[in-house]
Design a protein around this ligand. Structure first.
Ligand SMILES: *[C@@H]1O[C@H](CO)[C@@H](O)[C@H](O)[C@H]1NC(C)=O
Ligand SMILES: *[C@@H]1O[C@H](CO)[C@@H](O)[C@H](O)[C@H]1NC(C)=O
Ligand SMILES: *[C@@H]1O[C@H](CO)[C@@H](O)[C@H](O)[C@H]1NC(C)=O
Ligand SMILES: *[C@@H]1O[C@H](CO)[C@@H](O)[C@H](O)[C@H]1NC(C)=O
Ligand SMILES: *[C@@H]1O[C@H](CO)[C@@H](O)[C@H](O)[C@H]1NC(C)=O
Ligand SMILES: *[C@@H]1O[C@H](CO)[C@@H](O)[C@H](O)[C@H]1NC(C)=O
Ligand SMILES: *[C@@H]1O[C@H](CO)[C@@H](O)[C@H](O)[C@H]1NC(C)=O
Ligand SMILES: *[C@@H]1O[C@H](CO)[C@@H](O)[C@H](O)[C@H]1NC(C)=O
Length: 490
Protein backbone atom coordinates (compact mmCIF):
# COMPACT_ATOMS: atom_id res chain seq x y z
CA UNK A 1 0.00 0.00 0.00
CA UNK A 2 2.84 2.36 0.81
CA UNK A 3 4.11 2.32 -2.74
CA UNK A 4 0.65 2.63 -4.21
CA UNK A 5 0.01 5.94 -2.52
CA UNK A 6 2.39 8.13 -4.54
CA UNK A 7 0.93 6.71 -7.72
CA UNK A 8 -2.59 7.50 -6.61
CA UNK A 9 -1.64 11.00 -5.60
CA UNK A 10 0.09 11.44 -8.92
CA UNK A 11 -2.99 10.22 -10.73
CA UNK A 12 -5.37 12.35 -8.77
CA UNK A 13 -3.60 15.64 -9.38
CA UNK A 14 -3.92 15.27 -13.12
CA UNK A 15 -7.67 15.45 -12.87
CA UNK A 16 -8.81 18.88 -13.90
CA UNK A 17 -9.97 21.18 -11.15
CA UNK A 18 -13.73 21.19 -10.87
CA UNK A 19 -14.91 22.48 -14.19
CA UNK A 20 -18.54 23.32 -14.69
CA UNK A 21 -20.23 20.69 -16.78
CA UNK A 22 -20.76 21.95 -20.27
CA UNK A 23 -24.50 22.20 -20.69
CA UNK A 24 -25.89 22.19 -24.17
CA UNK A 25 -29.29 23.47 -25.17
CA UNK A 26 -30.31 20.03 -26.30
CA UNK A 27 -32.38 17.86 -24.05
CA UNK A 28 -31.58 14.31 -23.22
CA UNK A 29 -34.38 11.77 -22.91
CA UNK A 30 -32.33 8.70 -22.06
CA UNK A 31 -29.63 8.76 -19.40
CA UNK A 32 -27.48 5.86 -18.43
CA UNK A 33 -25.29 5.43 -15.41
CA UNK A 34 -22.65 2.95 -14.42
CA UNK A 35 -22.39 2.31 -10.70
CA UNK A 36 -19.31 1.41 -8.70
CA UNK A 37 -20.21 -2.26 -9.19
CA UNK A 38 -20.45 -1.71 -12.94
CA UNK A 39 -17.17 0.18 -13.08
CA UNK A 40 -15.47 -2.66 -11.24
CA UNK A 41 -16.94 -5.16 -13.65
CA UNK A 42 -15.67 -3.20 -16.67
CA UNK A 43 -12.29 -2.64 -15.01
CA UNK A 44 -11.84 -6.37 -14.34
CA UNK A 45 -12.79 -7.09 -17.92
CA UNK A 46 -10.27 -4.56 -19.23
CA UNK A 47 -7.51 -5.91 -16.98
CA UNK A 48 -8.24 -9.44 -18.11
CA UNK A 49 -8.03 -8.29 -21.75
CA UNK A 50 -4.86 -6.32 -21.04
CA UNK A 51 -3.15 -9.31 -19.42
CA UNK A 52 -4.17 -11.47 -22.38
CA UNK A 53 -2.72 -9.06 -24.91
CA UNK A 54 0.44 -8.42 -22.84
CA UNK A 55 1.47 -12.04 -22.49
CA UNK A 56 3.57 -13.30 -24.04
CA UNK A 57 5.38 -10.10 -24.96
CA UNK A 58 8.88 -9.89 -26.38
CA UNK A 59 11.02 -7.04 -24.99
CA UNK A 60 14.06 -5.54 -26.77
CA UNK A 61 17.40 -7.29 -26.36
CA UNK A 62 20.06 -5.71 -24.16
CA UNK A 63 23.83 -5.78 -24.74
CA UNK A 64 26.61 -4.29 -22.62
CA UNK A 65 30.31 -4.28 -21.93
CA UNK A 66 30.81 -4.70 -18.21
CA UNK A 67 34.02 -4.25 -16.20
CA UNK A 68 34.43 -7.08 -13.72
CA UNK A 69 37.19 -6.90 -11.08
CA UNK A 70 39.99 -9.43 -11.77
CA UNK A 71 38.29 -10.74 -14.95
CA UNK A 72 38.32 -7.44 -16.88
CA UNK A 73 35.98 -6.32 -19.69
CA UNK A 74 33.14 -8.76 -20.37
CA UNK A 75 30.57 -8.53 -23.17
CA UNK A 76 27.15 -9.49 -21.82
CA UNK A 77 23.79 -9.83 -23.56
CA UNK A 78 20.23 -10.63 -22.61
CA UNK A 79 18.07 -11.73 -25.50
CA UNK A 80 14.61 -13.15 -26.10
CA UNK A 81 13.38 -11.34 -22.99
CA UNK A 82 9.78 -12.52 -22.82
CA UNK A 83 7.03 -11.43 -20.48
CA UNK A 84 5.35 -14.77 -19.82
CA UNK A 85 2.61 -14.08 -17.33
CA UNK A 86 1.07 -11.39 -15.17
CA UNK A 87 -1.08 -11.91 -12.13
CA UNK A 88 -3.10 -8.94 -10.90
CA UNK A 89 -4.19 -9.41 -7.32
CA UNK A 90 -5.98 -6.15 -6.68
CA UNK A 91 -7.19 -3.22 -8.68
CA UNK A 92 -9.41 -0.19 -8.40
CA UNK A 93 -11.40 2.05 -10.73
CA UNK A 94 -11.92 5.55 -9.44
CA UNK A 95 -13.88 8.25 -11.25
CA UNK A 96 -12.50 11.78 -10.97
CA UNK A 97 -13.52 15.20 -12.34
CA UNK A 98 -13.11 14.36 -16.00
CA UNK A 99 -12.11 10.75 -16.24
CA UNK A 100 -11.43 7.44 -14.61
CA UNK A 101 -8.25 6.19 -12.98
CA UNK A 102 -7.65 2.46 -13.08
CA UNK A 103 -4.90 1.22 -10.80
CA UNK A 104 -3.64 -2.34 -10.58
CA UNK A 105 -1.39 -2.90 -7.62
CA UNK A 106 0.61 -5.70 -6.06
CA UNK A 107 0.74 -7.54 -9.34
CA UNK A 108 3.40 -10.13 -10.08
CA UNK A 109 4.90 -11.13 -13.38
CA UNK A 110 7.28 -13.74 -14.77
CA UNK A 111 9.79 -13.32 -17.54
CA UNK A 112 12.17 -15.64 -19.28
CA UNK A 113 15.29 -14.72 -21.23
CA UNK A 114 18.57 -15.99 -22.59
CA UNK A 115 21.94 -14.69 -21.37
CA UNK A 116 25.32 -14.77 -23.03
CA UNK A 117 28.79 -13.53 -22.18
CA UNK A 118 32.22 -13.53 -23.73
CA UNK A 119 35.65 -12.11 -22.81
CA UNK A 120 39.35 -12.46 -23.48
CA UNK A 121 42.16 -12.40 -20.94
CA UNK A 122 45.94 -12.28 -21.39
CA UNK A 123 46.05 -15.65 -19.61
CA UNK A 124 44.30 -17.63 -22.36
CA UNK A 125 44.62 -16.72 -26.04
CA UNK A 126 41.03 -17.79 -26.96
CA UNK A 127 37.70 -16.12 -26.25
CA UNK A 128 35.88 -17.47 -23.21
CA UNK A 129 32.10 -17.54 -23.55
CA UNK A 130 29.01 -19.14 -22.10
CA UNK A 131 25.24 -18.89 -22.48
CA UNK A 132 22.08 -20.13 -20.84
CA UNK A 133 18.59 -19.30 -19.76
CA UNK A 134 17.29 -17.14 -16.97
CA UNK A 135 14.01 -16.58 -15.17
CA UNK A 136 12.84 -13.30 -13.68
CA UNK A 137 10.16 -12.90 -11.04
CA UNK A 138 8.71 -9.40 -10.80
CA UNK A 139 7.02 -8.42 -7.60
CA UNK A 140 5.06 -5.35 -6.61
CA UNK A 141 4.15 -4.39 -10.14
CA UNK A 142 1.89 -1.35 -10.24
CA UNK A 143 0.09 -0.01 -13.25
CA UNK A 144 -2.01 3.13 -13.38
CA UNK A 145 -4.06 4.46 -16.23
CA UNK A 146 -6.13 7.61 -16.33
CA UNK A 147 -8.45 8.18 -19.21
CA UNK A 148 -10.77 11.08 -19.79
CA UNK A 149 -13.96 10.85 -21.77
CA UNK A 150 -15.68 13.64 -23.52
CA UNK A 151 -18.34 14.30 -26.06
CA UNK A 152 -17.01 14.98 -29.56
CA UNK A 153 -19.89 15.87 -31.85
CA UNK A 154 -22.24 13.42 -30.22
CA UNK A 155 -19.76 10.59 -29.93
CA UNK A 156 -17.76 9.64 -26.86
CA UNK A 157 -14.04 10.19 -27.16
CA UNK A 158 -11.59 8.51 -24.84
CA UNK A 159 -8.19 10.11 -24.25
CA UNK A 160 -5.32 8.63 -22.28
CA UNK A 161 -4.29 11.32 -19.84
CA UNK A 162 -1.66 9.38 -17.99
CA UNK A 163 -0.30 5.89 -17.96
CA UNK A 164 2.42 4.63 -15.71
CA UNK A 165 3.97 1.37 -14.65
CA UNK A 166 6.25 0.80 -11.70
CA UNK A 167 8.24 -2.32 -10.82
CA UNK A 168 9.06 -2.47 -7.14
CA UNK A 169 11.18 -5.56 -6.97
CA UNK A 170 12.56 -8.29 -9.16
CA UNK A 171 14.44 -11.52 -8.61
CA UNK A 172 16.66 -12.75 -11.43
CA UNK A 173 17.59 -16.44 -11.36
CA UNK A 174 20.45 -17.78 -13.49
CA UNK A 175 21.15 -21.35 -12.51
CA UNK A 176 24.66 -22.77 -12.35
CA UNK A 177 26.69 -19.69 -13.21
CA UNK A 178 29.80 -18.33 -11.51
CA UNK A 179 28.96 -15.82 -8.84
CA UNK A 180 31.11 -13.09 -10.46
CA UNK A 181 28.94 -13.34 -13.57
CA UNK A 182 25.71 -13.50 -11.66
CA UNK A 183 26.51 -10.38 -9.68
CA UNK A 184 27.89 -8.56 -12.70
CA UNK A 185 24.85 -9.44 -14.80
CA UNK A 186 22.35 -8.38 -12.14
CA UNK A 187 24.18 -5.11 -11.46
CA UNK A 188 24.39 -4.24 -15.13
CA UNK A 189 21.00 -5.48 -16.34
CA UNK A 190 18.50 -5.20 -13.50
CA UNK A 191 17.64 -1.54 -14.05
CA UNK A 192 17.43 -1.99 -17.78
CA UNK A 193 15.14 -5.02 -17.54
CA UNK A 194 13.04 -3.10 -15.05
CA UNK A 195 12.62 -0.12 -17.35
CA UNK A 196 12.07 -2.37 -20.36
CA UNK A 197 9.19 -4.05 -18.50
CA UNK A 198 7.83 -0.69 -17.35
CA UNK A 199 7.92 0.90 -20.77
CA UNK A 200 6.61 -2.15 -22.63
CA UNK A 201 3.61 -2.42 -20.33
CA UNK A 202 2.93 1.32 -20.52
CA UNK A 203 3.19 1.37 -24.29
CA UNK A 204 0.89 -1.59 -24.72
CA UNK A 205 -1.71 -0.31 -22.29
CA UNK A 206 -1.85 3.01 -24.13
CA UNK A 207 -2.21 1.08 -27.38
CA UNK A 208 -5.07 -0.92 -25.85
CA UNK A 209 -6.79 2.22 -24.59
CA UNK A 210 -6.61 3.75 -28.06
CA UNK A 211 -8.27 0.65 -29.43
CA UNK A 212 -10.97 1.09 -26.83
CA UNK A 213 -11.38 4.60 -28.19
CA UNK A 214 -11.79 3.29 -31.72
CA UNK A 215 -14.42 0.91 -30.35
CA UNK A 216 -16.28 3.92 -28.94
CA UNK A 217 -15.93 5.67 -32.31
CA UNK A 218 -17.71 2.79 -34.00
CA UNK A 219 -20.77 3.14 -31.77
CA UNK A 220 -23.54 4.39 -34.01
CA UNK A 221 -25.22 7.75 -33.46
CA UNK A 222 -28.43 6.02 -34.44
CA UNK A 223 -29.49 2.60 -33.20
CA UNK A 224 -31.34 0.70 -35.89
CA UNK A 225 -34.75 -0.45 -34.69
CA UNK A 226 -36.36 -1.53 -37.94
CA UNK A 227 -36.50 -0.45 -41.57
CA UNK A 228 -38.50 2.63 -40.70
CA UNK A 229 -37.19 4.02 -37.45
CA UNK A 230 -34.04 4.35 -35.37
CA UNK A 231 -33.22 5.55 -31.89
CA UNK A 232 -31.14 8.73 -31.81
CA UNK A 233 -28.14 7.78 -29.67
CA UNK A 234 -26.30 11.09 -30.09
CA UNK A 235 -24.41 11.85 -26.90
CA UNK A 236 -25.54 15.05 -25.19
CA UNK A 237 -23.12 16.85 -22.83
CA UNK A 238 -19.89 15.41 -21.51
CA UNK A 239 -20.13 12.32 -19.31
CA UNK A 240 -20.63 13.21 -15.67
CA UNK A 241 -18.14 11.63 -13.31
CA UNK A 242 -19.44 11.21 -9.79
CA UNK A 243 -17.59 9.94 -6.76
CA UNK A 244 -18.19 6.35 -7.69
CA UNK A 245 -20.24 6.39 -10.85
CA UNK A 246 -20.35 7.72 -14.38
CA UNK A 247 -23.42 9.14 -16.07
CA UNK A 248 -24.05 9.58 -19.75
CA UNK A 249 -26.91 11.34 -21.54
CA UNK A 250 -28.09 10.62 -25.03
CA UNK A 251 -30.82 12.21 -27.13
CA UNK A 252 -32.91 9.03 -26.92
CA UNK A 253 -35.78 9.96 -29.21
CA UNK A 254 -37.01 7.87 -32.10
CA UNK A 255 -36.34 9.23 -35.55
CA UNK A 256 -37.67 8.13 -38.87
CA UNK A 257 -35.28 7.19 -41.65
CA UNK A 258 -37.46 8.93 -44.18
CA UNK A 259 -38.55 12.13 -42.57
CA UNK A 260 -35.57 13.56 -40.74
CA UNK A 261 -37.81 15.95 -38.82
CA UNK A 262 -37.34 15.19 -35.16
CA UNK A 263 -40.45 15.64 -33.05
CA UNK A 264 -39.08 18.86 -31.58
CA UNK A 265 -42.23 19.52 -29.59
CA UNK A 266 -41.39 16.79 -27.12
CA UNK A 267 -39.98 17.91 -23.83
CA UNK A 268 -38.87 16.26 -20.70
CA UNK A 269 -41.69 16.45 -18.21
CA UNK A 270 -39.86 16.01 -15.01
CA UNK A 271 -36.34 15.83 -13.78
CA UNK A 272 -37.25 12.98 -11.49
CA UNK A 273 -34.42 11.61 -9.47
CA UNK A 274 -33.03 8.35 -10.74
CA UNK A 275 -33.03 5.56 -8.26
CA UNK A 276 -32.57 1.85 -8.38
CA UNK A 277 -33.71 1.67 -4.78
CA UNK A 278 -31.93 -0.92 -2.75
CA UNK A 279 -30.99 -2.93 -5.80
CA UNK A 280 -27.25 -2.89 -6.20
CA UNK A 281 -26.96 -3.10 -9.95
CA UNK A 282 -24.16 -2.37 -12.38
CA UNK A 283 -26.10 0.11 -14.43
CA UNK A 284 -29.28 2.04 -14.75
CA UNK A 285 -30.98 3.42 -17.83
CA UNK A 286 -33.56 6.10 -17.32
CA UNK A 287 -36.11 6.69 -20.07
CA UNK A 288 -38.39 9.68 -20.18
CA UNK A 289 -42.00 9.28 -21.29
CA UNK A 290 -41.06 11.33 -24.37
CA UNK A 291 -39.00 8.40 -25.70
CA UNK A 292 -42.15 6.31 -26.03
CA UNK A 293 -44.17 9.20 -27.38
CA UNK A 294 -41.53 9.89 -30.02
CA UNK A 295 -41.79 6.24 -31.10
CA UNK A 296 -45.53 6.61 -31.27
CA UNK A 297 -45.16 9.76 -33.39
CA UNK A 298 -42.64 8.47 -35.89
CA UNK A 299 -44.60 5.28 -36.49
CA UNK A 300 -47.77 7.31 -36.89
CA UNK A 301 -46.10 9.78 -39.26
CA UNK A 302 -44.61 6.91 -41.25
CA UNK A 303 -48.18 5.77 -41.88
CA UNK A 304 -47.67 2.51 -40.08
CA UNK A 305 -50.70 2.70 -37.84
CA UNK A 306 -53.20 1.19 -40.26
CA UNK A 307 -54.48 -2.28 -40.04
CA UNK A 308 -56.79 -4.40 -42.18
CA UNK A 309 -58.59 -7.15 -40.30
CA UNK A 310 -60.04 -9.92 -42.43
CA UNK A 311 -59.51 -12.82 -40.07
CA UNK A 312 -60.91 -13.18 -36.59
CA UNK A 313 -61.22 -16.23 -34.31
CA UNK A 314 -64.96 -16.44 -35.00
CA UNK A 315 -64.89 -15.86 -38.75
CA UNK A 316 -68.69 -15.85 -38.99
CA UNK A 317 -68.63 -12.39 -37.42
CA UNK A 318 -67.09 -11.11 -40.65
CA UNK A 319 -70.18 -11.98 -42.63
CA UNK A 320 -73.27 -9.84 -42.92
CA UNK A 321 -75.40 -12.86 -41.99
CA UNK A 322 -74.25 -12.57 -38.38
CA UNK A 323 -75.57 -9.00 -38.24
CA UNK A 324 -79.00 -9.77 -39.67
CA UNK A 325 -80.82 -8.74 -36.51
CA UNK A 326 -78.55 -6.03 -35.16
CA UNK A 327 -78.03 -4.11 -38.41
CA UNK A 328 -80.93 -5.26 -40.61
CA UNK A 329 -80.14 -2.82 -43.42
CA UNK A 330 -76.65 -4.22 -43.77
CA UNK A 331 -77.96 -7.70 -44.39
CA UNK A 332 -80.72 -6.50 -46.66
CA UNK A 333 -78.31 -4.55 -48.88
CA UNK A 334 -75.48 -7.10 -48.86
CA UNK A 335 -76.85 -10.53 -47.93
CA UNK A 336 -74.28 -13.14 -46.93
CA UNK A 337 -71.32 -10.99 -47.96
CA UNK A 338 -67.96 -11.19 -46.28
CA UNK A 339 -66.70 -8.12 -44.45
CA UNK A 340 -63.40 -6.64 -43.44
CA UNK A 341 -62.39 -3.94 -41.01
CA UNK A 342 -60.00 -1.12 -41.82
CA UNK A 343 -58.66 0.27 -38.56
CA UNK A 344 -56.61 3.48 -38.65
CA UNK A 345 -55.27 5.37 -35.70
CA UNK A 346 -56.38 8.97 -35.91
CA UNK A 347 -53.59 10.36 -33.74
CA UNK A 348 -50.34 8.99 -32.29
CA UNK A 349 -51.16 7.16 -29.06
CA UNK A 350 -50.03 9.21 -26.08
CA UNK A 351 -48.13 7.14 -23.55
CA UNK A 352 -48.29 7.99 -19.88
CA UNK A 353 -45.96 6.59 -17.26
CA UNK A 354 -47.15 6.62 -13.66
CA UNK A 355 -45.63 5.04 -10.56
CA UNK A 356 -48.23 2.25 -10.95
CA UNK A 357 -48.09 1.43 -14.64
CA UNK A 358 -47.79 2.56 -18.21
CA UNK A 359 -50.92 3.43 -20.06
CA UNK A 360 -52.14 4.76 -23.32
CA UNK A 361 -55.32 5.90 -24.99
CA UNK A 362 -55.64 4.86 -28.59
CA UNK A 363 -57.92 6.89 -30.86
CA UNK A 364 -58.95 5.06 -33.99
CA UNK A 365 -61.48 4.88 -36.76
CA UNK A 366 -62.80 1.50 -37.76
CA UNK A 367 -64.25 1.46 -41.25
CA UNK A 368 -66.46 -1.55 -41.95
CA UNK A 369 -66.20 -2.80 -45.52
CA UNK A 370 -68.42 -5.24 -47.32
CA UNK A 371 -66.95 -7.40 -50.06
CA UNK A 372 -69.56 -7.49 -52.73
CA UNK A 373 -69.04 -8.75 -56.28
CA UNK A 374 -65.27 -8.39 -56.02
CA UNK A 375 -65.57 -4.85 -54.69
CA UNK A 376 -64.72 -3.52 -51.25
CA UNK A 377 -67.43 -1.10 -50.19
CA UNK A 378 -67.13 1.02 -47.04
CA UNK A 379 -70.47 0.93 -45.25
CA UNK A 380 -69.91 2.41 -41.81
CA UNK A 381 -67.31 4.05 -39.64
CA UNK A 382 -67.09 3.61 -35.91
CA UNK A 383 -64.77 5.74 -33.85
CA UNK A 384 -63.11 3.54 -31.32
CA UNK A 385 -61.29 4.90 -28.29
CA UNK A 386 -59.41 2.19 -26.43
CA UNK A 387 -57.49 2.64 -23.23
CA UNK A 388 -54.84 0.09 -22.42
CA UNK A 389 -52.34 -0.27 -19.66
CA UNK A 390 -49.46 -2.60 -19.37
CA UNK A 391 -46.13 -3.64 -18.06
CA UNK A 392 -42.68 -3.33 -19.54
CA UNK A 393 -40.20 -6.15 -19.54
CA UNK A 394 -36.67 -6.85 -20.68
CA UNK A 395 -36.03 -9.45 -23.34
CA UNK A 396 -32.37 -9.74 -24.25
CA UNK A 397 -31.34 -6.09 -24.55
CA UNK A 398 -34.78 -5.06 -25.73
CA UNK A 399 -37.35 -3.16 -23.79
CA UNK A 400 -40.61 -4.93 -24.51
CA UNK A 401 -44.15 -4.61 -23.29
CA UNK A 402 -47.47 -6.28 -22.76
CA UNK A 403 -50.76 -4.43 -22.79
CA UNK A 404 -54.20 -5.18 -21.42
CA UNK A 405 -57.56 -3.71 -22.26
CA UNK A 406 -58.82 -1.28 -19.64
CA UNK A 407 -61.79 0.35 -21.26
CA UNK A 408 -63.23 1.48 -24.57
CA UNK A 409 -65.90 3.67 -26.06
CA UNK A 410 -67.67 3.42 -29.42
CA UNK A 411 -69.30 6.08 -31.55
CA UNK A 412 -70.90 5.75 -34.92
CA UNK A 413 -69.28 8.37 -37.17
CA UNK A 414 -71.20 7.65 -40.33
CA UNK A 415 -73.19 4.83 -41.85
CA UNK A 416 -74.66 3.87 -45.22
CA UNK A 417 -76.69 1.12 -43.64
CA UNK A 418 -78.79 3.13 -41.22
CA UNK A 419 -78.26 3.96 -37.60
CA UNK A 420 -77.49 1.18 -35.20
CA UNK A 421 -76.93 1.38 -31.50
CA UNK A 422 -73.45 1.02 -30.18
CA UNK A 423 -74.61 -0.80 -27.06
CA UNK A 424 -75.78 -3.61 -29.30
CA UNK A 425 -72.29 -4.28 -30.55
CA UNK A 426 -70.53 -3.53 -27.24
CA UNK A 427 -70.25 -7.19 -26.24
CA UNK A 428 -68.96 -8.36 -29.60
CA UNK A 429 -66.55 -5.44 -29.61
CA UNK A 430 -65.14 -6.36 -26.22
CA UNK A 431 -64.45 -9.88 -27.44
CA UNK A 432 -62.90 -8.48 -30.61
CA UNK A 433 -60.64 -6.11 -28.68
CA UNK A 434 -59.53 -8.84 -26.31
CA UNK A 435 -58.98 -11.55 -28.88
CA UNK A 436 -57.79 -9.60 -31.92
CA UNK A 437 -56.90 -6.00 -31.14
CA UNK A 438 -54.88 -6.40 -27.93
CA UNK A 439 -53.03 -9.52 -29.18
CA UNK A 440 -52.13 -7.56 -32.33
CA UNK A 441 -50.77 -4.67 -30.28
CA UNK A 442 -48.87 -7.13 -28.10
CA UNK A 443 -47.36 -8.85 -31.09
CA UNK A 444 -45.64 -5.55 -31.87
CA UNK A 445 -44.77 -4.72 -28.28
CA UNK A 446 -43.30 -8.17 -27.75
CA UNK A 447 -40.32 -7.44 -29.96
CA UNK A 448 -39.80 -4.06 -28.37
CA UNK A 449 -36.83 -1.93 -29.20
CA UNK A 450 -33.15 -2.26 -28.35
CA UNK A 451 -31.82 -0.29 -25.40
CA UNK A 452 -28.55 1.52 -26.05
CA UNK A 453 -26.14 -1.14 -24.79
CA UNK A 454 -22.63 -1.56 -26.18
CA UNK A 455 -22.43 -4.58 -28.44
CA UNK A 456 -21.13 -7.62 -26.58
CA UNK A 457 -22.85 -6.82 -23.30
CA UNK A 458 -26.20 -8.29 -22.29
CA UNK A 459 -28.53 -7.21 -19.54
CA UNK A 460 -28.90 -9.70 -16.72
CA UNK A 461 -31.47 -9.82 -13.99
CA UNK A 462 -32.99 -6.46 -14.86
CA UNK A 463 -35.72 -4.80 -12.88
CA UNK A 464 -37.85 -1.87 -13.95
CA UNK A 465 -39.15 0.95 -11.81
CA UNK A 466 -41.62 3.55 -12.96
CA UNK A 467 -42.20 6.96 -11.48
CA UNK A 468 -44.16 9.91 -12.73
CA UNK A 469 -43.38 10.23 -16.50
CA UNK A 470 -40.15 8.29 -16.19
CA UNK A 471 -38.93 4.73 -16.17
CA UNK A 472 -35.67 3.29 -14.88
CA UNK A 473 -34.16 -0.04 -15.89
CA UNK A 474 -31.71 -1.31 -13.29
CA UNK A 475 -29.59 -4.19 -14.38
CA UNK A 476 -26.43 -6.17 -14.16
CA UNK A 477 -24.62 -6.98 -17.37
CA UNK A 478 -22.74 -9.94 -18.72
CA UNK A 479 -20.02 -9.69 -21.31
CA UNK A 480 -20.33 -11.88 -24.36
CA UNK A 481 -18.14 -10.28 -26.98
CA UNK A 482 -16.95 -6.99 -28.34
CA UNK A 483 -18.21 -6.33 -31.87
CA UNK A 484 -16.60 -8.49 -34.53
CA UNK A 485 -14.39 -5.91 -36.19
CA UNK A 486 -12.53 -4.88 -33.09
CA UNK A 487 -12.80 -8.12 -31.18
CA UNK A 488 -9.29 -9.37 -31.83
CA UNK A 489 -7.69 -6.04 -31.05
CA UNK A 490 -8.57 -5.62 -27.44
C1 LIG B 1 12.06 -17.18 -26.58
O1 LIG B 1 11.39 -17.39 -25.33
C2 LIG B 1 10.12 -17.99 -25.44
C3 LIG B 1 9.49 -18.05 -24.05
O2 LIG B 1 10.34 -18.62 -23.10
C4 LIG B 1 10.28 -19.39 -26.05
O3 LIG B 1 9.00 -19.98 -26.20
C5 LIG B 1 10.93 -19.25 -27.42
O4 LIG B 1 11.19 -20.54 -27.94
C6 LIG B 1 12.24 -18.50 -27.30
N1 LIG B 1 12.78 -18.22 -28.63
C7 LIG B 1 14.03 -18.54 -28.99
C8 LIG B 1 14.41 -18.18 -30.38
O5 LIG B 1 14.77 -19.08 -28.21
C1 LIG C 1 5.81 -17.20 -11.75
O1 LIG C 1 6.48 -18.43 -11.57
C2 LIG C 1 6.37 -18.95 -10.27
C3 LIG C 1 7.27 -20.16 -10.18
O2 LIG C 1 7.15 -20.97 -11.33
C4 LIG C 1 4.93 -19.29 -9.98
O3 LIG C 1 4.77 -19.78 -8.68
C5 LIG C 1 4.10 -18.02 -10.12
O4 LIG C 1 2.72 -18.32 -9.97
C6 LIG C 1 4.32 -17.39 -11.48
N1 LIG C 1 3.66 -16.11 -11.51
C7 LIG C 1 2.90 -15.73 -12.51
C8 LIG C 1 2.36 -14.36 -12.45
O5 LIG C 1 2.64 -16.49 -13.45
C1 LIG D 1 -18.04 13.20 -3.29
O1 LIG D 1 -16.97 13.17 -2.35
C2 LIG D 1 -16.73 14.42 -1.75
C3 LIG D 1 -15.48 14.30 -0.89
O2 LIG D 1 -15.30 13.01 -0.41
C4 LIG D 1 -17.96 14.81 -0.93
O3 LIG D 1 -17.75 16.07 -0.32
C5 LIG D 1 -19.16 14.89 -1.86
O4 LIG D 1 -20.32 15.16 -1.13
C6 LIG D 1 -19.34 13.59 -2.61
N1 LIG D 1 -20.38 13.76 -3.61
C7 LIG D 1 -21.32 12.86 -3.80
C8 LIG D 1 -22.30 13.17 -4.88
O5 LIG D 1 -21.37 11.82 -3.15
C1 LIG E 1 -30.33 13.46 -32.79
O1 LIG E 1 -30.03 14.16 -31.60
C2 LIG E 1 -29.15 15.25 -31.78
C3 LIG E 1 -28.85 15.80 -30.41
O2 LIG E 1 -30.01 16.12 -29.72
C4 LIG E 1 -29.79 16.29 -32.71
O3 LIG E 1 -28.92 17.37 -32.89
C5 LIG E 1 -30.09 15.62 -34.03
O4 LIG E 1 -30.77 16.53 -34.87
C6 LIG E 1 -30.97 14.39 -33.82
N1 LIG E 1 -31.10 13.67 -35.07
C7 LIG E 1 -32.27 13.54 -35.69
C8 LIG E 1 -32.23 12.78 -36.97
O5 LIG E 1 -33.29 14.01 -35.24
C1 LIG F 1 -58.17 2.20 -44.79
O1 LIG F 1 -58.48 3.49 -44.27
C2 LIG F 1 -57.50 4.47 -44.52
C3 LIG F 1 -57.93 5.74 -43.80
O2 LIG F 1 -59.27 5.95 -43.84
C4 LIG F 1 -57.35 4.67 -46.03
O3 LIG F 1 -56.35 5.63 -46.27
C5 LIG F 1 -56.98 3.35 -46.66
O4 LIG F 1 -56.91 3.47 -48.05
C6 LIG F 1 -57.98 2.28 -46.29
N1 LIG F 1 -57.52 0.98 -46.78
C7 LIG F 1 -58.31 0.13 -47.44
C8 LIG F 1 -57.68 -1.15 -47.90
O5 LIG F 1 -59.45 0.38 -47.68
C1 LIG G 1 -35.01 -6.57 -30.33
O1 LIG G 1 -35.57 -5.56 -31.16
C2 LIG G 1 -35.15 -5.60 -32.51
C3 LIG G 1 -35.77 -4.42 -33.22
O2 LIG G 1 -37.11 -4.27 -32.92
C4 LIG G 1 -35.53 -6.93 -33.14
O3 LIG G 1 -35.04 -6.98 -34.46
C5 LIG G 1 -34.94 -8.06 -32.31
O4 LIG G 1 -35.36 -9.30 -32.83
C6 LIG G 1 -35.35 -7.95 -30.85
N1 LIG G 1 -34.67 -8.95 -30.05
C7 LIG G 1 -35.29 -9.65 -29.10
C8 LIG G 1 -34.43 -10.60 -28.32
O5 LIG G 1 -36.47 -9.53 -28.88
C1 LIG H 1 -31.48 -11.03 -9.28
O1 LIG H 1 -31.62 -9.93 -8.41
C2 LIG H 1 -32.31 -10.24 -7.22
C3 LIG H 1 -32.52 -8.97 -6.42
O2 LIG H 1 -31.75 -7.92 -6.89
C4 LIG H 1 -31.53 -11.29 -6.43
O3 LIG H 1 -32.23 -11.63 -5.29
C5 LIG H 1 -31.34 -12.52 -7.32
O4 LIG H 1 -30.54 -13.45 -6.65
C6 LIG H 1 -30.67 -12.14 -8.63
N1 LIG H 1 -30.60 -13.30 -9.50
C7 LIG H 1 -29.50 -13.60 -10.18
C8 LIG H 1 -29.59 -14.81 -11.04
O5 LIG H 1 -28.48 -12.93 -10.10
C1 LIG I 1 -16.44 -13.00 -30.66
O1 LIG I 1 -16.58 -12.39 -31.94
C2 LIG I 1 -15.66 -12.87 -32.91
C3 LIG I 1 -15.84 -12.09 -34.18
O2 LIG I 1 -17.19 -11.92 -34.51
C4 LIG I 1 -15.86 -14.37 -33.11
O3 LIG I 1 -14.90 -14.85 -34.04
C5 LIG I 1 -15.69 -15.09 -31.77
O4 LIG I 1 -15.95 -16.45 -31.93
C6 LIG I 1 -16.64 -14.49 -30.73
N1 LIG I 1 -16.38 -15.11 -29.42
C7 LIG I 1 -17.35 -15.51 -28.61
C8 LIG I 1 -16.92 -16.08 -27.30
O5 LIG I 1 -18.53 -15.41 -28.90
Amino acid sequence: MATLLPLLVFLSIIFNPATARLQSKEESFISAGISEKGLNFVKDLLIEKAVKTLTPLRLPDIEKNVKIPVVGGVHMAASNITLLSIDVSSSTAQPGESGIAIVASGATANLSMDWRYSYRTWLVPVEISDEGGAFVQVEGLEVGLTVSMDNQNGILELTVMECGCYVKDMVISLDGVASWFYQGFVNAFEDQIRSAVESAITKNIIKGALKLDSLLQTLPKEIHVDDDVALNATVINDPLFGNSSVELDINGLFVSYEKVSAPSYLHKYSQSSISCGEALKMLWISLDEAVFNSASMVYFQAGLMHWIVDKVPDQSLLNTASWKFIIPQLYRKYPNDDMLLNISLTSPPVIRITPQNIGSIIFSDMIVHVLDAGESIPVACISLVVSVSGVVEISGNNLTGRAELDDFTLNLKWSKVGNFHMYLIQGVMRVFLNTVFVPYVNMHLKQGFPLPIIHGFTLQNASIFTSSSNMVVCSDVAYTNFSGAVHSSF
